[in-house]
Write a protein that binds this ligand. Structure first.
Ligand SMILES: *[C@@H]1O[C@H](CO)[C@@H](O)[C@H](O)[C@H]1NC(C)=O
Ligand SMILES: *[C@@H]1O[C@H](CO)[C@@H](O)[C@H](O)[C@H]1NC(C)=O
Ligand SMILES: *[C@@H]1O[C@H](CO)[C@@H](O)[C@H](O)[C@H]1NC(C)=O
Ligand SMILES: *[C@@H]1O[C@H](CO)[C@@H](O)[C@H](O)[C@H]1NC(C)=O
Ligand SMILES: *[C@@H]1O[C@H](CO)[C@@H](O)[C@H](O)[C@H]1NC(C)=O
Ligand SMILES: *[C@@H]1O[C@H](CO)[C@@H](O)[C@H](O)[C@H]1NC(C)=O
Ligand SMILES: *[C@@H]1O[C@H](CO)[C@@H](O)[C@H](O)[C@H]1NC(C)=O
Ligand SMILES: *[C@@H]1O[C@H](CO)[C@@H](O)[C@H](O)[C@H]1NC(C)=O
Ligand SMILES: *[C@@H]1O[C@H](CO)[C@@H](O)[C@H](O)[C@H]1NC(C)=O
Ligand SMILES: *[C@@H]1O[C@H](CO)[C@@H](O)[C@H](O)[C@H]1NC(C)=O
Ligand SMILES: *[C@@H]1O[C@H](CO)[C@@H](O)[C@H](O)[C@H]1NC(C)=O
Ligand SMILES: *[C@@H]1O[C@H](CO)[C@@H](O)[C@H](O)[C@H]1NC(C)=O
Length: 636
């Protein structure tokens, strides 16, 4: 690197990055030289387009390396055609810490920097991917990694030089030892009384360090405070490095633009989603607007909003994108806050204290906690408030219900059952060919996030969404589609009715959480993990994606290779090789559906070959470690 570049980077580190206030509070900056901060959501941004073009220079080679590593050299002819262009994405589902930890192991199995992933995993698929989408618990995983300049999962979990992801009792979000004092604040519907029980609420009173002061600073700067602010800061203490700004108090998501791996196109393009709540309602469904956060922009392709804003200037007062007071705001897109928004399901976490089978509170307290939850909800304190609304008066929006309000209300991306961040990722504008979708939602997954995305493409809001055919939940469970990886949309010729704007839905490589060496169906409400539990979850995630380290099917990495290039082969009119045909026999959904006659009881217990009702023991486990059913069903 020459001196000028170094100087520029250093300068940028000081000037371009972080919140201008140096704290959690957003602050004033000069507006960019454009009349409007927003644009119409009818295409990708120019920034994304040119970034992806550069990334493709890397992924093209990486995919060829992967294919030849797994023995698909014959298929490399594909790349002799200069217009060959394989566009791969990876999507990590939500599901609290379960999704973060199981997902971490799965991601490690896709990463060629993980030694064993090259040996018997899918190492190199991550290097071949242009996009990495996630939401909620998945956004903690992806957000934590990208904001640290993309270290490997192994480094974070095993070597842990940065002291992150310590989820032990003393470091968990909520300090639960004094349940009675929590109860008192709940009793008096005291929001502040309640958040005091977060760990790191006051780290240092004399230096004004801690969640309390962060909230105060943002409030003093004129922004509303809801549960998402303390939630975001609490998460940051676990997910981000201490650094020089107390675990990312002033670190913004758009700071990614200045990070080395991002600038060198050495990570996939990360994106998170959250859903919008219509003012004066508390409902959400498939028509709820799906918002996307990426390093350049925040906004939605859905017709209701159909607008994007430069994410760096969130917090600016705008009307139809024009700054109303002539000045702009930066620092609102705090990295932890973006992850906190995508996982703004605090209400659900808190309800865990009141769930019928939970014993932490007695009946009387449950009553008050429920009342407190209603209070938070009635006052819009349980979700994220993006105020001022970046899309106020947007001329591109198809519906004015969201754009009329001064505030944009956002919440957990997975609440409308779409626990995989697919709606935004699979917009026709991105032309994705294959997506590796890791499902760690529900206690054991049942395909619901794919079903939701599939259905959404037929709703008015899913106008630009393409998703291949998938069956009902009962088929997923009964036909073993969650017991082992399954490919959906194997044949483009079967998908002609789903094509939009000449874009064929991608092939989905669906991999569901299941136990090999650890019972990874931990509760969404499990807020603390011992070091062993954490490593057990991550190891099991690796084994899930690597088909028990190649012992179940040594052809698995090859089969994934066949799936990744299928669309490009179809475009070029090339037939898959015989070995790929065998893979498709083994892994493609056969199109059969299972319709139970009466009430359907999903199978319990697991074997290496699939879900069965036989007895089951963990790999390497001694006698007596048996499957225990986790009865909570939350699609988060
Ligand atoms: C702003 O942009 C316009 C058109 O792109 C250009 O003519 C003008 O000089 C720019 N102003 C500044 C201050 O850079
Ligand atoms: C991982 O893949 C990248 C991109 O193809 C390549 O440059 C790198 O050498 C690979 N690393 C290992 C350890 O295989
Ligand atoms: C996690 O934090 C606790 C308390 O601060 C500490 O005792 C423990 O050693 C840490 N664990 C790891 C794996 O770093
Ligand atoms: C904005 O949304 C809030 C919360 O739902 C609601 O109370 C308020 O009436 C809305 N304002 C307008 C102008 O619609
Ligand atoms: C979505 O909106 C369309 C058009 O308003 C409506 O026909 C459809 O029933 C809605 N779907 C859901 C799930 O609410
Ligand atoms: C945005 O506008 C509102 C209403 O005019 C005002 O109260 C608020 O202070 C403004 N915020 C900023 C950051 O300029
Ligand atoms: C989520 O899926 C379940 C089961 O299919 C269904 O009962 C529920 O209504 C769905 N929720 C939403 C918000 O669509
Ligand atoms: C699911 O897998 C189990 C165990 O391998 C097998 O017995 C069962 O027949 C499979 N079900 C279907 C529908 O293929
Ligand atoms: C599979 O590989 C992972 C990653 O190296 C390792 O942690 C795990 O112990 C292996 N599992 C088995 C059953 O060998
Ligand atoms: C190259 O690929 C394109 C599709 O991407 C196809 O239309 C064309 O026929 C191919 N050319 C050759 C020489 O195979
Ligand atoms: C694809 O189409 C063929 C021929 O129409 C049909 O036999 C097959 O069942 C279809 N496959 C799926 C998965 O729908
Ligand atoms: C599930 O496995 C456990 C442990 O092997 C066994 O005790 C139990 O009976 C099995 N359940 C069913 C329904 O087979």
């Amino acid at each position: 690197m020459n001196m000028l570049v170094v100087a520029l980077l250093l300068w940028c580190d000081v000037i371009c990055a972080k919140s201008p206030t140096g704290t959690f509070a957003p602050g004033l900056v000069t507006c960019p030289n454009t009349t409007s901060l927003i644009r119409e959501g009818d295409s990708l941004s120019n920034s994304e387009k040119s970034w992806i073009d550069q990334r493709k220079q890397k992924t093209r080679g990486a995919l060829q390396e992967y294919l030849s590593k797994v023995g698909l050299d014959d298929s490399l002819d594909l790349f002799e055609n200069s217009s060959a262009d394989v566009n791969i994405a990876v999507s990590m589902s939500g599901g609290g810490y379960r999704a973060m930890l199981a997902g971490a192991g799965q991601l490690a199995a896709l990463d060629n920097r993980t030694e064993d992933a090259n040996e018997y995993g899918l190492g190199g698929v991550l290097q071949s991917a242009n996009y990495l989408s996630s939401l909620s618990g998945g956004s903690w995983l992806v957000g934590s990694l990208v904001m640290q300049d993309f270290p490997t999962v192994e480094e974070v979990v095993l070597e842990d030089p940065y002291d992150v992801w310590n989820l032990t009792d003393t470091r968990q979000l909520l300090e639960t030892s004094g349940l009675w004092t929590i109860a008192f604040s709940v009793l008096f519907d005291s929001f502040t009384g309640f958040v005091k029980h977060l760990n790191n609420y006051v780290v240092s009173a004399s230096h004004k360090v801690g969640i309390k002061y962060d909230m105060q600073r943002k409030k003093d700067a004129g922004f509303p405070i809801t549960i998402t602010e303390p939630w975001a800061r609490g998460l940051s203490y676990q997910l981000l490095q201490e650094g020089e700004d107390d675990y990312g108090t002033s670190t913004t998501f758009s700071d990614l633009r200045g990070m080395k791996t991002f600038q060198n196109y050495d990570m996939p393009f990360p994106l998170f989603t959250a859903i919008g709540r219509k003012p004066n309602t508390i409902t959400y469904h498939l028509n709820s607007t799906v918002f996307e956060f990426n390093p350049f922009e925040m906004g939605s392709f859905d017709p209701s909003v159909n607008s994007f804003i430069d994410i760096k200037y969130l917090g600016t007062n705008v009307t139809n994108g024009e700054p109303t007071n002539g000045s702009c705001v930066a620092g609102f897109d705090n990295a932890g806050y973006v992850m906190g928004t995508s996982s703004s399901l605090f209400n659900s976490f808190l309800s865990s204290l009141t769930c019928p089978t939970c014993n932490s509170l007695n009946v009387v307290l449950k009553y008050f906690v429920n009342r407190f939850l209603d209070y938070l909800s009635d006052n819009q304190l349980d979700i994220a408030q993006y105020s001022p609304n970046p899309f106020k008066g947007s001329q591109y929006a198809g519906s004015d219900s969201i754009t009329n309000n001064d505030t944009l209300y956002l919440m957990d991306g997975g609440l409308a059952n779409e626990t995989l961040a697919i709606s935004s990722l699979l917009t026709t504008h991105r032309k994705i060919d294959a997506v590796v979708a890791m499902d760690n939602g529900d206690n054991w997954p049942n395909g619901r996030p794919l079903i939701a995305a599939y259905e959404r493409q037929f709703e008015s809001q899913g106008k630009s969404l393409v998703v291949p055919y998938v069956p009902n939940e009962e088929t997923f469970l009964h036909n073993n589609l969650t017991a082992k990886p399954t490919f959906f949309g194997c044949d483009a010729s079967n998908l002609t009715d789903l094509i939009k704007d000449d874009v064929v839905p991608p092939l989905v490589i669906y991999i569901a959480n299941r136990p090999y060496s650890f019972f990874s169906n931990t509760s969404l409400f499990k807020l603390s993990y011992t070091d062993d539990e954490k490593k057990g979850m991550v190891r099991n995630g690796f084994e899930t994606a690597a088909r028990l380290n190649g012992t179940i099917d040594e052809n698995w990495p090859k089969c994934v290779g066949c799936a990744l290039i299928k669309r490009e082969q179809e475009r070029q009119g090339i037939e898959p090789s015989d070995e790929c045909e065998e893979c498709f026999q083994e892994y493609c959904w056969d199109g059969k559906r299972y319709e139970p006659e009466g009430v359907y009881y999903p199978p319990v217990n697991f074997t290496d070959s699939g879900l069965t009702n036989d007895s089951f023991a963990l790999v390497g486990a001694g006698e007596g470690q048996t499957y225990t059913s986790d009865t909570e069903v939350f699609g988060l």
